[in-house]
Design a protein around this ligand. Structure first.
Ligand code: PLP
Length: 387
């Protein structure tokens, strides 16, 4: 009899910045909504329509609790990218042509939307300074505010190196100068307290699939949005009730379990970092290690090109060399360039992130696989063997 090879264990998932697995409780809530809420939530003439509308109201309240805003200020969008574009439309409607300041390490969704406004002649852009940890230089924000701005765009936490920004402090400086603010809280939601931020922000954005909810649903919280909001959402069509229910459930869980979850991922992230440091002498940890998302670990392994690592471990580990949208490209990401990370290090950069369902065994396996791959690549390079 031919012996069958034992099935390979599934890859360890260490790419939570790109997307998080959907929480089973979210899946249950979405399936229940699909089974029991057949009606269009706009069909409020009948009971089933009102039930669907009520499910949206509940979800909106759950999102509002996580964000710390009024439920009426929560608007559902297709994605966070969509929410960012809508926020910019609102700012344009409120102020006309915009003088905008943003960090060069913002997510490409923001950078592309801003550049598009610039090309259309609707905005002039001012790029704020960041240091080699991707941290905002507050002086550059104050200087830009003094020169005159209409809108400041700030991410609450970086999707590549995990740096967390002093957003509340920045927002109060903007508020003093009557400058509008757009906060991309897509990576920060469920990981840091958004309440002090939402109190000060004009527009705040988040995404379902970064908080163990479904993909293809986002939020724009716009507490001071004014009369243009209805115009901008008028063509939104029939709301996706199961996705909204899923997002609401994800927000409720994130709100209730944030403290426990942050402690869990922090412990695992530190175990991962310690395990790699122990075996890889010259490991470099990037980002602002004193102000970092608890699940985030961005490293460079000198002498070990990241494409060689991915080629060896891609079937065992899900990780990336940068932001999901930039990975696959040979160029260092715009974030690493803004940090002025030397090219030789940028070529070895790996973005790792643990999550709600990661275990200690997963982390230990990941360390074992990564260290093995790094050592094999280093010795192949020493012997001039292509790796
Ligand atoms: N902003 C940040 C910081 C992100 O990490 C992402 C996704 O990677 C986005 C915005 C865009 O999110 P979405 O995929 O919902 O458009």
């Amino acid at each position: 009899m031919v012996e069958r090879a034992a099935p390979l264990p599934p890859p360890v998932y260490l790419d939570h910045h790109a997307s998080t697995p959907v929480d089973p409780r979210v899946i249950d809530a979405m399936c229940e909504a699909m089974r029991t809420l057949p009606a269009n939530p706009n069909s409020v003439e009948h009971g089933l329509g009102r039930q669907a509308a009520a499910a949206i109201t509940t979800a909106r309240a759950d999102v509002a609790s996580l964000v710390g805003c009024d439920p009426d200020d929560v608007h559902f969008t297709g994605t966070a990218s969509d929410a960012i574009r809508k926020a910019l439309q609102l700012a344009l409607a409120a102020r006309g042509r915009l003088r905008i300041a943003a960090m060069p390490v913002e997510h490409p969704a923001t950078i592309h939307a801003l550049r598009q406004l610039e090309r259309q002649g609707l905005a002039s852009l001012h790029w704020l300074k960041v240091d080699n940890c991707a941290q905002l230089c507050m002086d550059s924000l104050h200087a830009a505010l003094r020169q005159g701005l209409d809108l400041v765009c700030l991410m609450a936490a970086n999707n590549e190196v995990g740096t967390v920004y002093p957003v509340a402090q920045a927002l109060s400086a903007c508020l003093d100068m009557e400058v509008l603010t757009l906060v991309d809280a897509t990576q920060a939601a469920g990981r840091i307290d958004l309440v002090p931020i939402a109190l000060l922000a004009d527009y705040l954005v988040l995404s379902g699939h970064k908080i163990y909810g479904p993909k293809g649903i986002g939020v724009l919280a716009a507490p001071r949005s004014g009369p243009h909001l209805e115009e901008i959402f008028a063509q939104a069509g029939t709301p996706d009730v199961p996705a909204i229910v899923g997002l609401g459930t994800a927000c409720r869980i994130a709100c209730e379990e944030r403290a426990i979850e942050c402690a869990h991922v922090l412990k695992l992230r530190d175990r991962l970092e310690a395990g790699l440091r122990l075996s890889l002498d010259h490991l470099v940890v990037n980002g602002d290690t004193g102000n970092r998302l608890p699940h985030s670990l961005h490293v460079a392994i000198p002498g070990v090109p990241n494409d060689a690592v991915l080629a060896r471990v891609g079937h065992q580990l899900a990780l990336s060399t940068g932001a999901a949208c930039a990975s696959g490209a040979q160029e260092p990401s715009h974030v690493l360039r803004a940090m002025a990370l030397p090219e030789a290090l940028a070529e070895t950069a790996l973005r790792l992130s643990v999550g709600r369902f990661t275990t200690e065994q997963d982390v230990d396996r990941a360390v074992h696989i990564l260290v093995g791959a790094a050592r094999a690549i280093l010795s192949a390079r020493q012997e001039n063997i292509p790796c």
